[in-house]
Design a protein around this ligand. Structure first.
Ligand SMILES: [Mn+2]
Length: 356
């Protein structure tokens, strides 16, 4: 034990909950703004309040909804279109349910989570929606109208949800700690891209709860070996891959019908440096883009890049520097080839200098 540092006794079990007062979470970017949202939720105690996660709700989106629900128990959880397999695992482990495609118009207040554009939580038409707040940690953009709480310094949206719980002095339970760490692990690529603050937050959650990293990882990874559709998606992505070499860098694209993110990861592991994976469901189109850290080091920001592709193709794109996406309509192969062409030009410029 380090001298001079107050050490918390790790509780045997902490279902009773423990207070945020016992630890430190980094201060919220804008407490006044967060209080506006909190007050609205508190005033809605007798109303129907919906915490809405994006389509194919990932661990961070599900975790954000869970933490808000634990802090404000009258809040209901929903996801647009679908919930990812890891997201479903987390919900099942915690015995919680999240409605798929809830009718937003039935609610008095909607808190949109982890979504950088309306098309991630709707068909794009927000008319008839009730009052809403958007809480997000992706790159700030103009996709949402009105006031939006975006803290792009936070690696996971659940970190903002935890800050909201902290501000209200809510009790922190083991379930909340587990959800929080799961969301952070997922959005930092299993800590590969974590910053010291993410680790501080996880350390705080581990210290004050009876949750272990093994508990969290087994919930997140438990299904991997038996998820045949994910394994097939990864193999199909490899089978259908198209790739280009630009100097010593490899740019790859492929198509799957589901598990775009897993497929993209597997192509990065195979050797690609930048990957675009497209998928089509009914009329909807989705592109997942991933890049290795040295690509980001060249000054390429995939979120900005995909946002540009969105503008060019009349869709909505955005995201992080190394992980981004695009949602909308159109021909997948056409949009994949636009992504590949634009990225290829960008890489040439970075590797050979601007063309004259
Ligand atoms: Mn997120």
């Amino acid at each position: 034990m380090r001298a001079g540092k107050e050490c918390m006794d790790k509780p045997e079990r902490s279902e009773q909950g423990w207070s945020f007062d016992r630890g430190v979470l980094p201060q919220a970017m804008d407490e006044v703004f967060l209080w506006k949202i909190i007050n609205d939720i508190l005033l809605g105690r007798d109303d129907r309040v919906l915490a809405l996660a994006h389509h194919n709700a990932d661990l961070d989106a599900v975790a954000s909804a869970l933490v808000l629900k634990y802090a404000f128990p009258w809040l209901e959880m929903g996801a647009y279109d679908s919930i990812s397999a890891p997201g479903r695992n987390l919900l099942e482990h915690l015995g919680e349910e999240m409605a798929i495609d809830p009718n937003v118009k039935d609610y008095d207040l909607v808190i949109v989570l982890d979504s950088s554009s309306p098309i991630q939580v709707s068909d794009g038409d927000l008319s008839g929606w009730p009052r809403r707040w958007v809480i997000d940690h992706h790159m700030r953009n103009e996709n949402w109208s009105g006031e939006v709480y975006v803290d792009s310094d936070r690696s996971a949206c659940v970190e903002i949800a935890l800050q909201m719980a902290m501000l209200t002095g809510s009790k922190l339970t083991d379930d909340m700690a587990l959800a929080g760490i799961a969301g952070i692990i997922a959005d930092t690529g299993k800590f590969r891209f974590a910053d010291p603050t993410d680790l501080d937050i996880c350390s705080f959650l581990l210290n004050g709860s009876a949750v272990s990293m093994e508990d969290v990882l087994s919930v997140i990874e438990g299904e991997n070996y038996f998820d045949v559709s994910k394994k097939l998606a990864q193999l199909k992505a490899a089978k259908r891959v198209k790739y280009h070499r630009i100097k010593d860098q490899i740019l790859a694209s492929s198509r799957v019908s589901t598990f775009e993110a897993a497929a993209a990861r597997s192509l990065l592991i195979c050797g690609a440096d930048v990957v675009f994976i497209g998928s089509n469901r009914k009329d909807d189109l989705r592109i997942s883009a991933r890049a290795k850290p040295h690509i980001i080091g060249m000054g390429i920001h995939l979120g900005e890049f995909m946002s540009g592709i969105g503008v060019e193709t009349g869709n909505q794109g955005g995201g992080h520097d190394g992980a981004a996406g695009l949602n909308g309509k159109g021909n997948v192969d056409r949009i994949l080839s636009i992504c590949t062409k634009r990225m290829s030009d960008l890489l040439k410029e970075k590797l050979y200098g601007p063309s004259r």
